[in-house]
Design a protein around this ligand. Sequence first.
Ligand code: NAP
Length: 350
Amino acid sequence: MAENVIIIGSGPAGWSAAIYAARAELRPLLFEGAITEQNRLQGTLPLGQLALTTEVENYAGFPAGDLAPFLQSAIEAERLAYMNVHEGKHAVTGPELMELMRQQAANFGTRIVTDDVVEVDLGRRPFVVRTLEGNTHEAHALIVATGARANYLGLPSEDAFKNRGVSACAVCDGALPRFRNKPLFVVGGGDSAVEEATYLTKYASMVHLVHRRDKLRASMIMQERALNNPKIHIEWNQALAEVLGNDKEGVTGVRLASTSGGADRELAASGVFLAIGHTPNTAFLNRQVELTEKGYIRWTMPHRTATSVEGVFAAGDVADDYYRQAITSSGTGCMAALDAERWLATQGVH
Ligand code: NAP
């Protein structure tokens, strides 16, 4: 029997869609992704990008406080056992927030499968979904909430210090104590890099913007912002060659290589932020859904989550290269569930 709705993805968009779909008695089936080495390396393990961050201070409803008793009362003991619940009174962490959302979706009857969707057939009704483990499922509606992954350079040293000074999200991590009053490096020359560098000047002693060319890609207004900020120093024609550090302190410096000839330089740093773009996780769709020029799923109706294929809805970062926040992803996840429910009703399915 075909499912009413299959949700693909386990970030805030996927869980919020599941909570709403489950409460609408659609009995959603959600694929949270597989736990594989490939997913670990590319940052696409279950629970999404938030599971790769530390404190989340800007998700409404989670102020700083002693959350440990709440987490212990809210989440299944079995999952808590390996969850590393934080101590102290700082805000909820990304992994905790995602476990809470997952639990909330499970509480309302969402069926959760720890597997990747590797292929879909949207040319047939009901839609067909195939998984990494080789299983096939059918669904009348699909909600795609597979998110995006930050691009990294692929340096082994960069991988070794992820979450210990290497980050791809200044807004998520910039305010952490380890970055305060220390030199920081941002890699990239686009609007994101300038925005991240500007944001980080609030905390850093100096922000070095490392760009591989002698001209920024960022818009004029953003370029001026960077050039006029006394706390931003642009490292023109430079590439990040290596992140330096040790087990105890995490990142302690960088080695920069010139892209225009010249010797490598080693400079002190407590953090390195990559801002070289994101890649939406859409490969499994095999272009059966219309994408934007940047490769994100195109929402085809204003203020709705409908896509170019009737019955397929998209939510969260896979369709949003602009806001990219946990709370906006949750919002569009909710919208996708409501859109799917209403569409299924018009089809006489539910
Ligand atoms: P982007 O515009 O694609 O810029 C990526 C930057 O990273 C480029 O400067 C590129 O260098 C550099 N880069 C890419 N791969 C690299 C590599 N392997 N090694 C070194 N450098 C590398 O991406 P984005 O800045 O994330 O912006 C994405 C979109 O969002 C843009 O349309 C942007 O305008 C928009 N955005 C807008 C705002 C705003 O208006 N406030 C803020 C953020 C983002 P090259 O220049 O040499 O190619």
